[in-house]
Design a protein around this ligand. Structure first.
Ligand code: GUN
Ligand code: FE
Length: 424
């Protein structure tokens, strides 16, 4: 298995406010898990192989709780519309192309290579409705060593004919086959993925709830992202008090079904109480919420209430796979929210954004996102020497700067579950 020591400036969160930094310390990986961080290496670990990253920064791998792999080809394009028009104008047209495996092969190679180059070690990924293309995506991701949940998307209404499952029964059969075909990867696991309520009929949700009970899979979807969308859901589901209930009704809103809901920009008091009671994870996607003119999610409220929260790129409503960018934008958007919406909600501090990107989102994957003992050993090594500065900087200042300035070229090594994914 994976047994070694990494030396460098080790930075990790204990809580959302408590950042631990051990300067030129030693992080020990034993059987793929952290065996603690030390200022001086205990004798019992002296015989282990060592990676010497003296003076570099070592942080936990970053977690992307919400990313659409098939949307990568149009990243940075078509940002002039709100959610529903954006889906109809750009997104569904691109996703329909994944019926063609040759296209999927080319597009997913690009996505997977770029994700490998990033600081992300864990991801929750949407595919498309196509089982073959989604399997291809999972095979490619498996080979990188990145750990991820990947979903074959389900949708059977309010979508174009060429991106629409023909019936709930057909969706059930294809999804079950896909689950059986993809359950034995080491790094990649299937996750149920109803796209969102507007594109999922009651019959489809019913079938997915049967699969959830049979296979005990987690689930991911979208919640309360856009005002027009929320109004539409209230018309489609007149018998539910809020959007969240439309998932909860089918057992896909936390509780026994670990669930991620992206966005939660406009969740009201009752929906927030349900998120909390059911242990649902919120994937905060600040770049997406800005580009699609959605709004600013109340992340401070979620943190204060102890609701599980992490960050998502939401590619391609977000233009970048970088979770560093998501951290910076989470801070920036929280400041705009404070200025423009509600001065009772303190903006996020950089320690909190770092926590969201690591331990906050990591909790969805188990003991992930920290170097505390017992955590799975996910690490990213950052060399910030190209970011020149004339004055002395503390390690904490260097980390704060990297939240805003880090690029893939500053990443010199990456580890997930103890495995070395690359060194350069
Ligand atoms: N809601 C339903 N589908 C999508 C999607 O692809 N992206 C975003 N941002 N929201 C959605
Ligand atoms: Fe999304």
């Amino acid at each position: 298995m994976f047994n070694y020591v990494i030396k460098g400036n080790i930075c990790y969160s204990k809580t959302s406010r408590e950042l631990c930094i051990v300067e030129n310390g030693y992080a020990v990986c034993e059987n793929g898990r952290s065996a603690g961080v030390y200022e001086t290496l205990p004798e019992c670990y002296e015989a282990l192989p060592q990676y010497d990253y003296t003076d570099k920064l070592i942080i936990p791998g970053l977690c992307d709780l919400h990313v659409h792999a098939p949307q990568y080809p149009f990243r940075g394009l078509g940002m002039d519309l709100e959610l529903i028009d954006w889906l109809n104008t750009h997104t569904f047209i691109e996703e329909a192309k994944y019926a063609d495996l040759e296209y999927a092969q080319r597009a997913y190679s690009i996505f997977v290579n770029d994700l490998l180059d990033s600081a992300t070690t864990r991801a929750c990924v949407f595919g498309t409705i196509h089982p073959q293309a989604t399997k291809l995506l999972m095979e490619k991701l498996e080979q990188t060593g990145i750990k991820a949940y990947v979903g074959k998307v389900n949708m059977d209404r309010n979508c174009p004919d060429n991106l629409c499952e023909p019936s709930a029964e057909h969706a059930f059969a294809e999804t079950e086959q896909w689950i059986n075909d993809t359950s034995s990867y080491e790094n990649i696991k299937p996750i149920l993925t109803p796209r969102f309520i507007p594109t999922c009929s009651d019959a489809l949700m019913e079938q997915l709830s049967v699969l959830q009970k049979k296979y005990h899979l987690p689930a991911q979807s979208h919640l309360s992202e856009n005002l027009g969308e929320i109004q539409w859901v209230s018309e489609l589901c007149p018998d539910t008090a809020n959007y969240g209930e439309a998932y909860a009704k089918y057992g896909m809103f936390g509780g026994g079904c670990p669930t991620i809901m992206a966005h939660c920009v406009y969740s009201g008091e009752e929906e927030i109480a349900l998120l909390k009671a059911q242990g649902v994870f919120v994937a905060h996607c600040p770049e997406s919420n800005t580009n699609l003119l959605s709004g600013i999610a109340p992340v401070r409220t979620y943190l204060n209430m102890g609701i599980h929260t992490g960050l998502g790129s939401d590619m391609a409503a977000g233009s970048s796979l970088s979770i560093f960018k998501a951290m910076a934008m989470a801070i920036q958007c929280s400041k705009l929210r404070w200025r423009l919406v509600d001065q009772s909600l303190e903006p996020l501090h950089f320690e909190e954004a770092f926590y969201l990107a690591t331990k906050g989102g990591g909790a969805f994957f188990g003991k992930v996102g920290s170097f505390e003992s017992g955590y799975e050993f996910d690490a990213v090594v950052l060399d910030d020497t190209p970011l020149l500065h004339p004055q002395p900087l503390s390690v904490k200042e260097r980390l704060e700067r990297l939240v805003y300035l880090a690029q893939d070229q500053h990443i010199i090594a990456k580890f997930a579950g103890g495995r070395n994914l690359f060194e350069r």
